[in-house]
Design a protein around this ligand. Structure first.
Ligand code: ZN
Length: 683
């Protein structure tokens, strides 16, 4: 539940800071690295640099290489988790794409865009909005193209002909009524049966909830994450879990992951790290969730290694019941310079916990192990690719977080790439109220935004506690949104605290106002650029941001502290009193923490449904109309660098370098070839 995505449709920040946070200069002209790769549909593909890689030792580079291979081997697992026929559809499209002759036709071009979107979303549904995207090529074109493709290239099941393949996948691609949503969260629907994700088969929401409720022992102080690594299916009228492990579901891919992890263990930086990797291997072999917790505890305690990784079934955003985890991986190493910033925050964690406005009984008496670091990623995989978070806070199990702490990271080189790519887009100029706000964002936007991420990850998620006996899943489908709101509010509240200036984290007492303004502008208006007209807000982070901004606006407008003003037919956010806005963030933080601590489902539901979901259609249209001339893609993702390995005659690795020249389609096709061992349908 603890993954932070980029807050804005484009980082609304036009400049990058030079480290001391005082003066900022635009850097795109002087920086020859090509951050922008290509743009299509509502997406832009960027490239990230991996600063500091060259300075690592050969052993560290080799370790990164092995872990990066393990990160890429899980890609097909995610495709299958996201929908039963995603792999079949992707492989069919790739077969046509790489062999079709008339590549100049409009239908082919439209199919190419569709395929690029499938790659981006790891399936046929929008990665963020969750709706199935509609193809702009005709069904007859597609049928003919598939039929004219060499059948040996197509993902045909044993004994299956091309016609049968088409009967299976054509409705999934073309019929808007078939599997319309990857994740349905509509209040009152059977969320399991109406979601296209492949976590349940033939099971109703009630059956799934009953199945797992029967497993749960509320007196267990260290419960496993029930259902985390399995598909729940009904076979012969009986519910059973198909576990994702070696010898279970997805065995071929998991076996390859394990193979690379074994190599990684052999070049680990130290014994602690080696134990972490070996523990993960055991978990992949057994599928035992107790073992997963053991691994997570070892992982959270490995703080001294320079290199770190996430690899596994991790985040539960894609499951309507918030239990089953999508596969993801990142491989990274510590950015030593930038980590100094988060270390200051971590060192003062107890002070922040003690001074928050939250009621005493919901606070942690002792904030444990809030480790925080700034990292550079070297590879993104699974559910972190190509769309990726800018911060990660793990593990997710509440009791592990309370007893052993959590690891919190801010991903510096991704934030940097967003920032560089957004420079000069005209976004802030269009949506900010006046020159004053534009300048404020220019001056302090980047540093305040990074600090917000640090506070969110290092302190926000780690703060507070559940009352004894409260089910961690009590908030059900509202859990993710409430958790993100809690972390964001904690960060917002403290951004405005003079303590940050005292600690040397912000240059002036009003620098925080840049983030406040940006947050309100984004939550009330500009994040709507990512939503189609007529649709509601679905994604947990977006719901959280609208929830906070709307709630704060409604409560702060009473004293005129925040207004929505119209100038020449355009709506703007105006903040007249930042102190009062901070007060309101504090009030909402208090309430959101209460909801979380008490597991108050009804209050969570009302808060999210009333403030986080619904969109004002008139304002929405205006925001979209203003966005069009800017030609900015609302969503962004990344291509990875390619690891280039040099070996000597004996086969030993003697050098590892990174190549930044691979294009988007080339990379996707290569991954589909080199890291694709699962059957097209996995039952
Ligand atoms: Zn978060």
């Amino acid at each position: 539940m603890q993954k932070l995505m980029i807050a804005l449709s484009t980082a609304a920040v036009l400049t990058a800071c030079n480290g001391d946070g005082k003066k900022t200069v635009p850097q795109t002209e002087t920086d020859s690295f090509n951050y922008r790769v290509e743009q299509f549909a509502d997406l832009e593909i960027l490239r990230y640099k991996v600063p500091g890689f060259e300075e690592l030792t050969l052993q560290q580079k080799t370790l990164l290489y092995y872990l990066s291979e393990a990160a890429l081997e899980g890609r097909d697992i995610l495709f299958d988790q996201n929908g039963k026929y995603n792999l079949t559809i992707r492989r069919t499209l790739e077969a046509v794409y790489t062999s079709y002759k008339d590549t100049a036709s409009a239908d082919f071009k439209a199919m190419e865009v569709y395929l690029k979107r499938v790659w981006f979303s790891n399936g046929i549904h929008h990665h963020y909005a969750s709706d199935k995207f509609q193809p702009d090529f005709s069904e007859s074109f597609f049928r003919n193209a598939v039929k004219s493709t060499d059948p040996t290239l197509l993902p045909l099941q044993t004994g299956e002909g091309v016609d049968q393949l088409l009967e299976t996948i054509v409705p999934y691609i073309f019929d808007p009524k078939v599997a319309p949503k990857h994740l349905n969260q509509k209040d009152g629907d059977d969320l399991v049966q109406t979601s296209a994700s492949n976590y349940y088969q033939g099971v109703t929401q009630q059956e799934a909830e009953d199945f797992y409720n029967a497993m749960k022992d509320t007196t267990d102080k260290t419960p496993v994450s029930y259902g985390l690594n399995s598909r729940l299916v009904k076979e012969n009228g009986k519910l059973t879990e198909k576990v994702w492990k070696v010898g279970g579901l997805y065995s071929a891919a998991i076996g390859r992951i394990v193979g690379w992890l074994e190599k990684a263990a052999s070049v680990a930086e130290n014994d602690k790290q080696k134990a972490v990797i070996e523990s993960l291997i055991t978990y992949y072999r057994t599928g035992d969730l107790k073992q997963f917790d053991e691994y997570a505890i070892l992982w959270v305690k490995d703080l001294d290694s320079r290199i770190d990784f996430v690899n596994g079934f991790t985040e539960t955003y894609g499951d309507p019941l918030g239990m089953k985890a999508s596969w993801e991986s990142t491989v990274n190493f510590k950015n030593l310079e930038a980590t100094k910033r988060t270390e200051i925050i971590s060192k003062n964690a107890q002070w922040f916990e003690d001074h928050s406005p939250v009621a005493k009984q919901f606070k942690k008496e002792k904030v444990k192990g809030v480790s925080a670091k700034v990292i550079n990623v070297a590879i993104l995989g699974g559910d972190c690719y190509p769309a990726t978070p800018i911060g990660i806070n793990l593990p997710n199990a509440n009791w592990i977080r309370q007893m052993h702490g959590s690891k919190s990271v801010t991903i510096d080189n991704i934030t940097e790439a967003y920032d560089k790519a957004a420079a000069g887009s005209g976004f802030t100029k269009e949506y900010a109220w006046s020159e004053k706000e534009v300048n404020m964002l220019k001056e302090y936007g980047f540093i305040a935004d990074n600090l917000h991420t640090d506070l969110h990850e290092c302190l926000g998620h780690g703060s507070g506690k559940l009352l004894p006996g409260v089910d961690p899943d009590a908030l059900k489908s509202y859990g993710s949104t409430v958790e993100e709101a809690r972390a964001d509010l904690f960060a917002l509240y403290y951004l405005g605290d003079p303590k940050l200036v005292e600690l040397g984290l912000l240059p002036t007492n009003d620098a925080y106002q840049a983030e406040y303004y940006k947050y309100m502008m984004n939550g009330l208006m500009t994040q709507l650029t990512r939503i189609e007209l007529g649709k509601n807000v679905e994604e947990a982070h977006m719901r959280n941001r609208q929830l906070i901004a709307r709630w704060a606006y409604e409560h702060a407008m009473k004293s005129n502290a925040v207004e929505l003003k119209v100038k020449e037919g355009k709506t703007y956010v105006v903040v007249n009193d930042y102190k009062e806005l901070r007060n309101q963030f504090g009030v909402l933080l208090t309430e959101v923490q209460r909801i979380k601590s008490e597991g108050d489902y009804q209050a969570a539901r009302l808060l999210v449904e009333n403030y986080g979901v619904k969109v004002d259609p008139v304002l929405h249209k205006e925001i979209l109309d203003r966005f069009v001339p800017l030609h900015i893609a609302p969503y962004k993702g990344f291509v990875n660098p390619r690891f280039v390995v040099t070996k000597n005659d004996k086969g030993d690795i003697i050098d590892v370098t990174l190549d930044y020249t691979e294009g988007y389609s080339a990379q996707m096709l290569r991954y589909s070839k080199e890291y694709s061992v699962l059957p097209s349908v996995n039952d």
